[in-house]
Design a protein around this ligand. Structure first.
Ligand code: SAH
Length: 222
């Protein structure tokens, strides 16, 4: 499996998708086969989204790479992920913000998931792969953010919102950055990057993407 992982990383570099060294290292390290549902283990290193539990998906590796690079993740950062799903993307973020032999204060990933069985799936995958101390999975509506650990250096939303949920903007640190898909449910959406400077929020669009809907108070109705 690790050979297949290396091949995938090499292909993403050749295609020009993967370029930041810390993201290359993280994707080379996290065993995606441990996060996909067991029946799909053999397909873990295809560059495609795969079905997970409850009609949800695990994002394609190229999308994980693009979002991590847009976030410009660095060791020591506190990250909120909305849509923990299988826990895979949270593990990749943790490899960057809280690498094992990092001297200064480690970062942490708080990952929220609204579907209980997925929150449990993410927790068990993360524990088995050694990420429990670097990723905390919370069950709840992530459109409200997670006040207990706010504000965040980075916010990653991995489900498509009708608009940017105001609590997520409010919980972003000054100088912080958020990446979020915005647009119609089950259609092509825009991947938006939000940068906060004081009370100013600069937004720009990276390009099109397709995510499952973000459901909740500031999302779509479930
Ligand atoms: N990042 C995940 C894949 C995300 S799929 C991974 O690495 O596997 C999108 C996930 O967002 C789904 O699991 C869905 O249940 C969840 N979701 C949708 N709306 C949500 C909300 N308001 N709060 C938290 N999670 C939500």
């Amino acid at each position: 499996m690790s050979e297949k992982r290396e091949q995938l990383v090499r292909r993403l570099i050749e295609e020009g998708v993967l370029s930041q060294p810390e993201v290359i290292r993280a994707i080379s390290k996290v065993p995606r086969e441990e996060f996909v549902i067991p029946d799909l283990c053999e397909q873990a290193y295809m560059d495609t989204p795969l079905p997970s539990l409850e009609g949800q998906t695990i994002s394609a590796p190229h999308m994980v790479a693009i979002m991590c690079q847009l976030l410009s993740l660095k060791p020591g950062q506190i990250v909120l992920e909305v849509g923990a799903g299988t826990g895979y993307h949270a593990a990749v973020c943790a490899e960057i913000v809280a690498p094992r032999q990092h001297g200064i204060k480690d970062g942490h990933v708080f990952a929220i998931e609204r579907i209980r069985s997925l929150a449990e799936f993410a927790r068990s995958n993360l524990a088995r792969c050694g990420y429990s101390d670097r990723v905390t999975v919370i069950e709840g509506d992530g459109t409200l953010g997670y006040l207990d650990a706010a504000p965040y250096d980075r916010i990653l939303v991995t489900a498509a919102a009708p608009r940017i949920p105001p609590p997520l903007k409010a919980q972003l640190k000054d100088g912080g950055r958020m990446v979020i898909p915005v647009g119609e449910a089950y259609s092509i959406q825009d991947l938006i990057v939000v940068e906060r400077s004081g009370n100013d929020f600069r937004e720009w669009t990276y390009g099109g993407c397709v995510f499952v809907p973000l459901c909740g108070r500031y999302g779509w109705s479930p």
